[in-house]
Design a protein around this ligand. Structure first.
Ligand code: MN
Length: 418
């Protein structure tokens, strides 16, 4: 599919993240005004809340965009999702008859603040990148038995906290926690010294379910994708994780990019999961290409300094697709709700510059990175800004996500001072 031309001129650049082919959904606000639903087009946002109020968008009898999140649309299912996309495409296409009435509803992106695009119902994080699981298993256990025995048969995960999910741009406070150094017999309570990121994609459940879903059904239930940074305190994690998995190490914050990129925008970039070492059981078998070819990168910038790209990888490196993760999540009968967020797990490629966490990039702190500024890093220092970027590159156009960024603030001096 070629670039679709819009009357919004900035959307017609081959490298712009938000052409007419994309149409990602977000929530924006002018200063202290009420946040509103919008769709990105070039450098602008179409105020979808206003377009609906003015009768330019009518999908069902009730309004869908009078609340500052996209959940009411998400729960309508694929037919209404497609109707909205078709209507937005028509309104914003080159030569659209409605240009004159739509133009006053455009807002420059530079003039607004982005909010959470949807209300997160629940949040689950997986561990479904093979290179990441192999690297972490090699560091913490041994390279001969790096993957746990279940790993090649099910996408393993843990239930995270919806309350901890924040939109890009939110500052992240370095957490305190219980740490135990291998040189000491007893733990101590201190600010984390090994605070890290995880480069992930987040899949958002649109249609709710209440019982086992096939992989195809699961794919149909997914509304769209965001970039996701699972901030991780490695020293807290190392002490607490056995036997029930990560807990406080992952509860400080999870950042997501501000725009939900929908499945139709990503359709041309679908690709297969890798070769299977063991055949998956029938209920998890691939039934079509369900990963996406999306270039991903991590940049790191010390306070007030320029950013260095520290890793580049691709979403197609995953072993399990989001559809397989959602199908697995539903096997027990677990009800899945509109707004459930599924983190992919850290996405690392096979070589060193493709690793999606500082833990892997610095090999547990043994091989610190040198930034372009000359500074070295094993983990995050106070004031560092970490940014994830993503782009699917088509024939003459780009599908972007908007940055997923966060700056780490120093730990509180005394977290129990009242
Ligand atoms: Mn994670």
């Amino acid at each position: 599919m070629p670039l679709l031309k819009s009357w919004v001129a900035s959307a017609n650049d081959a490298t712009h993240p938000f052409p007419l082919n994309n149409l990602p959904y977000g929530v924006f606000a002018h200063g202290d005004e009420e946040p509103r639903c919008g769709v990105a087009i070039g450098d602008m946002i179409l105020d979808v809340t206003a377009a609906e109020a003015e009768g330019l968008i009518t999908l069902i009898e009730e309004p869908l965009f009078d609340l500052p999140f996209w959940n009411p649309l998400m729960e309508q299912g694929p037919a209404v999702w497609a109707a909205l996309r078709a209507r937005l495409t028509a309104l914003l296409s080159e030569g659209a008859m409605e240009q004159e009435v739509v133009e006053p509803l455009l807002v420059p992106q530079s003039a607004v603040v982005m909010h959470m695009p949807f209300a997160v119902s629940e949040y689950t994080d997986f561990y479904a990148g093979r290179h990441h699981a192999f690297n972490v298993g090699s560091m913490f256990r041994d390279p001969e038995n790096a993957l746990p025995p279940n790993w090649l048969h099910i996408p393993i995960g843990y239930n995270g906290r919806a309350s901890s999910v924040v939109v890009s741009g939110t500052d992240i406070r370095r957490p305190w926690g219980q740490l135990k150094s291998p040189d000491h017999d007893l733990p101590t309570f201190l600010p984390s010294r090994r605070f890290d990121i995880e480069l992930e994609m987040g899949a958002i459940v649109g249609t709710p379910s209440n019982g086992p879903l096939s992989v195809q059904e699961a794919d149909d239930h997914i509304f769209g994708y965001v970039l996701l940074n699972d901030w991780s305190a490695r020293d807290i994690q190392a002490w607490e994780y056995q036997p029930l998995g990560p807990f406080q190490a992952k509860a400080t914050a999870t950042s997501i990019s501000p725009w939900i990129v929908t499945k139709p925008a990503l359709e041309p970039f679908r690709c297969d999961t890798p070769e299977r070492e063991f055949e998956l059981l029938d209920h998890l078998k691939d039934c079509g290409p369900m990963l996406y070819d999306i270039d991903l990168a991590i940049t790191m910038a010390p306070a007030g300094q320029k950013a260095t790209t520290v890793a580049r990888t691709n979403y197609k490196e995953m072993y399990y697709s989001a559809a397989q993760q959602l199908a697995h999540h539903s096997t027990s009968g677990c009800p899945m709700n509109t707004g459930d967020l599924l983190g992919s797990g850290t996405i690392s490629g096979p070589t060193k510059p493709e690793r999606g966490s500082l833990l892997e990039l610095s090999w547990g702190g043994k091989e610190p990175l040198t930034l372009d500024t000359g500074e070295t890093r094993s983990f995050i220092e106070d004031g560092d800004t970490l940014t994830l970027t993503g782009a699917a590159r088509g024939n003459g156009y780009t599908i972007g996500f908007g940055d997923c960024t966060g700056t780490v603030l120093p730990a509180l001096k005394d977290p129990y001072k009242r």
